[in-house]
Design a protein around this ligand. Structure first.
Ligand code: G
Ligand code: MN
Length: 553
């Protein structure tokens, strides 16, 4: 066939051998009666012969196979000895070259099922292996900076050593830098990489964890004390401008880190470091270490956030009302409607806590609408019950006041419940009022034009800029308890508060002292001519029915 002089079985054998060489394949056949392996193709070349006694195969293996594959090779030798089939990968030296092979064996049996021999093949898979290696490198490398990426961290490509800690560093570019073009963005990331490399210890690895987030691993050998110091060094190094490509840029760093714990995976460590990073955002200096308490606080926040979205729909909200008294006559002249919420699984959550979360998520708008409607409805109810009309004060967040439909909404409530807008007072914080350019401030002007009252709440906790008093588009000044608390004991503070009242009166503002907790404080408010008082000493926030009883007495 291939060669005219040979024929039959020999021609086939020659052709098969040639085919094996072409494909870099190899075959062996072991006849158990003979106890000799016959090697063909790449196997013959690797062993340097075509026949080998069975007892020499294992000892020769050391010369033929790569030592890093010793485990697979000894598995192969075991299965040859014990007449079991084998499948696995290993490297062999073939004529001075190291190549990858996939090997398979099969036991040959006679018609009674008794083993008579073994047949095996090896296939060269070197190209596939190299390709896979390349893909793996690609998948684990950030193309922009050449740093190992998040996948490399989480899948342990660079971190098969035990860790002491994992640190996440988020960078904020300040000013125009943040709107820079993509290639500048890449240069920024590279600059950050170089700065981090100059700070972290040599046995740490720096990963690109996210667009503007780097991760740093600290191996077990790292001294615990040094980790926080490194965090401080990183934050400090960004106190100075960064030189990027000849430009001077400003960035700041936030750092969250977590110490490793036995049995915790890298991804758990990363989750903890992320929780710490979120915390770092809110504190100064911007460095936070993960603790279980931080996690609990975070969980609590998440639980509140999740439940708050359905709080109104599920009937978990209720309103309470705190009386506001005329200081001179001691009569109730107003009520402040306050939101109360029972969170499933947590219980009563203080408004200070959930309002902040609601503002972040935007739920504040629907919460605000709920309490607004509740307050209007309650005003109507008290009037139906024959109580004298009093002013109803409602807290409004800036975000809510800036809703385009806010004015129409309040107007529709006034019509629906037949409550004159002049009996309604909206309480806003300084922040909301001091920036009159915002659309929220415009809405307020529109409301005042409709006859509604506007109060500045918690005055004294923010900027307390007296000069703003003249410009502010308001009717009422609510002096924070910070100013009320020291009234009785600190004469200078009393003078300050007295001047504040006097100034407010010059602008025709109504002045309410908040957080009155003692009789002395109330008396002081009277001395300095404060118009109204509100606080635990006068009356606590209470359900509407109790409020009605108090009004009648
Ligand atoms: O920010 P604003 O003034 O709207 O806050 C009202 C909150 O203050 C309500 O939650 C109310 O329960 C609380 N409060 C009312 N009176 C007092 C008081 O006399 N002392 C203290 N500490 N808190 C009060
Ligand atoms: Mn208030």
């Amino acid at each position: 066939m291939l060669d005219g002089r040979t024929s039959g079985i020999h021609a086939y054998q020659a052709a098969l051998e040639e085919a094996q060489d072409l494909g870099n394949l190899g075959t062996f056949i072991l006849d158990l009666r003979e106890g000799v392996y016959r090697l063909v193709g790449v196997l013959a070349r690797a062993y340097g012969r075509t026949e080998i006694p069975a007892e020499e195969v294992a000892s020769e293996a050391k010369r033929v196979f790569h030592p890093d594959d010793a485990r697979n090779v000894s598995r192969l030798m075991d299965s040859l000895k014990n007449l079991r089939p084998f499948e696995g990968e290993f490297r062999m030296y073939v004529e001075g070259e190291t190549r990858w092979f996939q090997g398979r064996t099969k036991i040959v049996r006679d018609k009674y099922g008794a083993p008579t021999g073994i047949i095996g093949t090896v296939v060269d898979i070197t190209d596939r292996k190299l390709e896979a290696e390349k893909l793996k490198t690609l998948a684990f490398t950030d193309p922009e900076t050449g740093m190992p990426n998040r996948a490399a961290l989480l899948q342990g490509a660079e971190t098969n050593m035990a860790l002491e800690a994992l640190m996440l560093v988020r960078f904020l570019w300040i000013g125009a830098t943040s709107q820079r073009s993509p290639e500048n963005r890449v240069k920024n990331a590279q600059a950050i990489r170089d700065i981090l490399h100059s700070i972290v210890p040599v046995d740490s690895t720096v990963f690109r964890y996210g667009d503007e987030v780097a991760a740093i691993t600290f191996p077990r050998s790292t001294e615990i004390k040094s980790i926080r110091r490194i965090a401080e060094n990183i934050v400090a190094s960004f106190a100075n401008p960064v030189e990027v490509d000849g430009e001077t840029l400003v960035a700041s760093a936030r750092i969250g880190f977590a110490y490793a714990e036995d049995g915790k995976s890298v991804s758990e460590l990363a989750r903890r470091a992320e929780a710490a990073l979120r915390e770092a955002e809110r504190i100064h200096p911007h460095i936070a270490v993960y603790t279980a308490a931080l996690e609990r606080a975070h969980d609590r926040r998440a639980t509140i956030d999740r439940n708050l979205r359905y709080a109104a729909a599920k009937g978990q909200l209720h309103g309470v009302y705190q009386p506001i008294f005329c200081v001179a006559t001691q009569e109730i002249v107003g009520a402040e409607a306050l939101l109360r919420w029972e969170c499933p699984g947590i219980g009563e959550v203080p408004p200070d806590e959930f309002i902040g979360i609601a503002e972040d998520s935007g739920v504040i708008v629907s919460l605000g609408e709920w309490i607004l409607e509740k307050a209007f409805a309650q005003s109507r109810r008290w009037r139906e019950e024959g109580l004298d009309p009093i002013r109803m004060s409602i807290n409004v967040s800036v975000r809510q006041a800036r809703q385009p439909n806010f004015v129409p909404f309040v107007r529709s409530l006034s019509q629906k419940y037949d409550i004159p807008l002049s009996d309604i007072e909206l309480e806003l914080t300084e922040r909301a009022i001091i920036y009159p350019e915002g659309p929220g401030a415009l809405n307020l002007r529109a409301l005042r034009a409709l006859g509604m009252r506007v109060a500045i709440d918690d005055f004294g906790t923010g900027y307390s800029a007296l000069s703003y008093l003249a410009q502010m588009d308001i009717d009422t000044l609510k002096i924070d308890r910070m100013f009320v608390a020291p009234l009785a004991d600190e004469p200078f503070q009393r003078d300050v508060t007295a001047s504040l009242v006097e100034l407010a009166h010059k602008r025709d503002l109504l002045v309410v002292g908040e957080g009155v907790e003692t009789r002395e404080q109330l008396e002081c408010l009277q001395t300095i001519s404060c118009d109204e008082a509100q606080g635990f000493y006068c009356a606590r926030p209470m359900p509407a029915t109790e409020f009605a009883i108090l009004m009648r007495s």
